[in-house]
Write a protein that binds this ligand. Sequence first.
Ligand code: G2I
Length: 461
Amino acid sequence: MTAVSALTAATVALVGLAAPAHAADPVLRDLAATKGVYYGTAVTSSKLSGTYGAITGAQFDSITPANEMKWGTVEPNRGSFSWAGADRVVNFAEANGQQVRGHTLVWHSQMPNWLANGSFSNTELRTIMNDHVTTEVTRYKGRIDHWDVVNEPLNEDGTMRTSKFYTQLGESYIADAFRAARAADPAAKLYINDYNTDGTGPKSNGMYSLVQRLKAQGVPIDGVGFQGHLILGQVPATLQANLQRFADLGVEVAITELDIRMTLPATAAKLAQQKTEFKAVTNACLAVARCEGVTVWGFTDSDSWIPDVFPGEGAATPYDAGFQPKPAYYGIAEALGWTGDGGGGDPGDPVPTTGCAVTYAVQSQWNTGFTAAVTVRNTGNSPVNGWTLRWTWPSGQSVTQAWNATVSQSGAQATAVNVAHNAAIAPGGSAGFGFNGAWSGGNTAPGAFTLNGAACTLALS
Ligand code: G2I
């Protein structure tokens, strides 16, 4: 086996073993239940099987179809409906004892072309909108706990967005949509939902005034959704206070689309900060009695909208692209009361370190050859998973045969790669290998070794 294929085989074996969540990992939905909230995720219906489906079902007690209930998806041609994806999400939720957040009925974006580009009289447009709300809410009557009835109605300055609906119908389109939804399913909680309203500011103030007006008109609105599309290091300090002031208007609140994006690559330090921030957002919801729950906008980095829309940014969700829980996942769990090992990243937790110590010993030597033993110790505090040890021969030696590592040589540089059984070196642990070498003239020991590119301390014996 070549050095490269040995490393690949070891890597594949490790990934294969580690794919499902670790046995000791907390269950977010169970923790959330003890706090009287739900923890949800947006889902992509076509992915709801295998590991993706297993984690969705096991960890979350609410799911939101990321795209499947949008108008452009459910009615691509006027009068012709396509419910397959939406049905799949609702059926999955029922099979797994989960709530569903219906997303979303009236939105300026992802409208079908016939609607976006068609021209309709004001009366006609109002009827089209009301009929759409009635049709979709009726279809899932009794099966959807929360509906995002109107999505993203505001501009950044807090004024009304000039969507097709607002431009033709005025602000009353919102009241009409809520009334149609209430009539179609009186049990569903009806929400208005927007982004960049998470902290106090002009847009949040605009939402606050809008909700006040709707309440004053007797519009059947139950809740306000705060999307929570956040940037690492910029979680609004006013989040909790902002949620509270809306709750004080007499509505429920929820974080509906949480993600916290960062500039790639994701480093240990950034992931640790992200953990703190997922925890803080979850805590803000828990601190507000009328905050019903938190939904992450995709639970895995392999199912996130961020890299498509913000090139160079990503890693915004609690699981990595290989379905491994990230520090953020443990941050959520800790906010929900979990007291296990928090996966690092808290103040006071050890900073991840790497380090190695190499022992090199010539065990026997004869006129043209020698036998050497090498031991590599992991002096860092995090595990080594797969290793490459390199050194340079000072006096023309070469490796002729090796055991417990695959050793190759190019010029004076020797490279030893782990075999499967010694690929993993726990903190404080070590791996050993040996080889026969050829020498002539001199057999001086190598003066330096690197492990996975980093210098090791060296002890000769
Ligand atoms: O943009 C992030 C979210 C902001 N709040 C409202 C949410 O509904 C919105 O979700 C995203 C989805 O996560 C994306 O998946 O909405 C996007 C559209 O505005 C969705 O992206 C679309 C792509 O633009 C399409 O090209 C693609 O065909 O997803 C579609 C289905 O994969």
